[in-house]
Design a protein around this ligand. Sequence first.
Ligand SMILES: O=C(O)CCC(=O)C(=O)O
Ligand SMILES: [Fe+2]
Length: 278
Amino acid sequence: MKDHTIRPELREWILATARSGYGPGDLLRLMRDAGYGGEQSKQILARVLNMPTAAFAAAVKQSAQTCRTRHPAAPQQVVDGHTVRVSLATEAPVIRLLEGLLTPEECDALIGEAQPRLQRSLTVDVDGQHQTDQRRTSLGMFFTIGETPLVQRIEQRISRLLDIPVTHGEGLQILHYLPGQEYEPHFDWFDPTQPGFGAVTARGGQRIASVVMYLNTPEEGGGTGFPAIGLTVTAMRGSAVYFAYDSGDQASLHAGLPVLKGEKWIATKWLRERPYQT
Ligand SMILES: O=C(O)CCC(=O)C(=O)O
Ligand SMILES: [Fe+2]
């Protein structure tokens, strides 16, 4: 298609709409709603946005798979007959306290399945490499998606509760902390200014939300702290803290506070904006 066949008003409208935050998929839908054919719309949009048509089509496909989690609403949500109470909510950052996300039996069984496979926890450095880290002294392990019937059931429950496909989840991570062990304040999203950003987001894109599930109640300490708002969530068996963020949300800073007495077991589910499981 020749450039001169695109009317200047249309070109202006496309550019203005794209600048105001509409993605390739939205633009395509709007053009079709306005009566343009699918192929014709793709070609016009690719031309105005200065992209090869194939790259534009790939961007549409990607943006169609991009999603956000739904923040569970108070007072409770019933998922597959299982009641989850939403007992605290903040909006900046977005946090929901989820009581009864797991049953005591599920907590114990999950610990039992993870225990034989624990290893020193790793963190992801700025180059996307995994490494041991002084800031994170717990032992941990990862399940693969749907690895056991129990893991599958928990993943299904989270998926329904947050309205996001299971495929957007990273494998469930189990962590075990002993007295003195902690996870110092950090963000779960990947920093776009770091050199490893491309590598860690190549599959699944950015992280958009976390669910930290408490598998036991530590005798003392071991809550999850949100220092930007001065909030400490108590670690209590079966409950969970859900928090959602966009990259750069400084208020989502959080920490696994030191266990003072007893031990702490958690299961963490990190969610990505696009499918992570292929
Ligand atoms: O241990 C906690 O309470 C927080 C864990 C955490 O922040 C994480 O696994 O990303
Ligand atoms: Fe975290």
